[in-house]
Write a protein that binds this ligand. Structure first.
Ligand code: SF4
Length: 490
């Protein structure tokens, strides 16, 4: 098990999720680009999930998908615009239901509140379900330092924990791991027989965790939504571990970002359908829990005490900025990661944050400071795939460009400025565009040596082909084909 004093595994001496000083995504991405097995694992998983998302959305909503996304986006935008009102309503109703609510302005305060509750309860063993905010606050080492053994119970997070690793995807934390590394970790840390069979590996983890649930005196979770009208906390999980963590131990603490509010159950219904479909391609997650206060006298189970820690940690600063407040509407489905060509190649650990992919490239600099993450907004081709995939219509490309504007103080080299001037000319007139396209096609053919792809671009353009081939345009352009078929061309 990892030493509680140290953050998760490091890359070249730098902690993966909490790099010291200024973080540069480029050298890390370069390192991961050279790892063939990592590349194929991430490519395979993201392609599958991305396709599953498209299929189930089409199946459920047909041609109305965009309209559904707009409505969902409006729900979150409205909530964020009136966040103070909904937070107050939620607190009032949650407290009326018996929940103890705590407000944490930053990571340290959030951790301190949780550790104090654990101490007050004399907790020795804590079972924890998946929570991005506790990754963000780096809670586990604090609990361990306070003498509380803390066990991650989401299968992916459990494997990450025992293998001293760090999550690399919002929804699929161990997307970067293969069966062999899991099998080796189980032999080393749990004394299990070596097996690569997923069913056997799951059985080993389940047996190990059941014992922990039985003995735990504290359960910690995150929260997918907070419903203002009832003061409820909503958890979406697929493994049932969330139910054990929130109902078996006598005390349950949920650590949740303040942006997780939704006004009412009718809004929740809408977002739940989009969350599961966008995250994993399921119609709904296997377990959707709605928790409103601790156990009541006639309840069969549930905790004696329920605490919710509402974490700000930079969120109100984002809320105050009209350019970026839209990012708080994120429901952490991970669809933008699966759709993003940069995430697929760079992979999650390159981002140096619990939030990776396009949403990570936006919110990490906003939460931690752009000065500490100046290159993250550059980690995008601005192709718009993230915007198209987002179930709540968050305009990530717009915010990436806005962040780039803030970081770019230099005017670029003479070569860059000339290239951009040339592009502007080409796109400014139909005639220039056709001339530029013809020259472009001709040059690519010259440099490709007769192949259908360019494997090595010359001089300063070589960066484009260092890690991928450039597929050549068709020998006959679309305009030519269109004209040959009798279509009108200007
Ligand atoms: S930005 Fe949109 S697509 Fe990306 S994780 Fe958030 S909700 Fe999902």
């Amino acid at each position: 098990m990892k030493d509680p004093a140290t953050p998760p595994t490091s890359v070249d001496g730098e902690p993966i999720l909490f790099p010291r000083g200024v973080h540069d995504i480029r050298p890390r991405a370069q390192q991961f680009l050279e790892d063939e097995s990592l590349q194929s694992a991430v490519r395979e998983a993201t392609t599958l999930k991305d396709q599953a998302r498209r299929d189930v959305l089409k199946e459920a909503f047909g041609d109305d998908v965009d309209q559904i996304r707009s409505i969902a986006g409006e729900i979150k935008r409205h909530t964020i615009d009136h966040l103070d009102h909904y937070i107050e309503t939620w607190i009032e109703r949650a407290e009326a239901a018996g929940t103890r609510v705590h407000l944490a302005s930053d990571h340290q305060e959030a951790n301190r509140i949780v550790v104090e509750i654990a101490r007050e309860k004399n907790a020795k063993l804590c079972v924890k379900s998946k929570s991005m905010v506790t990754e963000e606050t780096h809670l586990l080492p604090q609990l361990e330092a306070a003498g509380v053994e803390t066990v991650e119970t989401d299968l992916g997070e459990f494997i990450i924990q025992i293998d001293d690793d760090a999550p690399s995807h919002i929804v699929m934390p161990m997307i970067h791991k293969d069966r062999k590394s899991v099998a080796r970790a189980f032999v080393r840390e749990l004394g299990a027989e070596y097996t690569e069979e997923p069913e056997q590996l799951t059985r080993i983890a389940r047996e190990h965790l059941r014992e922990k649930y039985r003995r735990a005196d504290l359960g910690i979770s995150g929260g997918n939504f907070l419903v203002a009208e009832s003061g409820s906390l909503v958890l979406c999980t697929n493994e049932g571990n969330g139910r054990f963590c929130t109902s078996a131990p006598p005390t349950h603490i949920a650590v949740v970002g303040i942006e997780k509010l939704v006004p009412a159950f009718k809004d929740l219904w809408f977002l739940l359908h989009l969350l599961a479909r966008s995250a994993t391609g399921q119609p709904l997650t296997c377990y959707t829990q709605v928790l409103t206060g601790p156990r009541r006298p006639d309840d069969l189970d549930g905790p004696e005490e329920m605490h919710v820690v509402l974490v700000d940690a930079g969120r109100t600063r984002i809320l105050a900025d009209p350019q970026f407040r839209e990012s708080l509407g994120c429901i952490r489905c991970g669809a933008c990661l699966n759709a993003c060509p940069v995430y697929r190649k760079a992979t999650g650990h390159a981002y140096g944050s619990v939030y990776s992919g396009p949403i990570g490239a936006v919110i990490t600099p906003l939460l931690q400071g752009l000065d500490r993450n100046p290159t993250l907004p550059e980690a995008s081709s601005l192709c718009g795939a993230c915007y198209e995939a987002c179930p709540v219509n968050i305009d990530l490309p717009r915010m990436l460009v806005a962040l780039r504007r803030k970081t770019r103080k230099r005017r670029g080299t003479t070569g860059e400025r000339m290239a951009l001037w040339g592009m502007r000319m080409a796109f400014s007139s139909d005639r220039y565009y056709r001339i530029a396209a013809t020259i472009h096609r001709y040059l690519l053919r010259c440099f490709s040596g007769g192949s259908d792809r360019l494997r090595s671009a010359p001089g300063p353009l070589s960066g484009w082909t260092r890690d991928r081939d450039l597929i050549l345009p068709a020998s006959r352009s679309f305009r030519k084909r269109w004209r040959d078929r009798g279509g009108a061309v200007r």
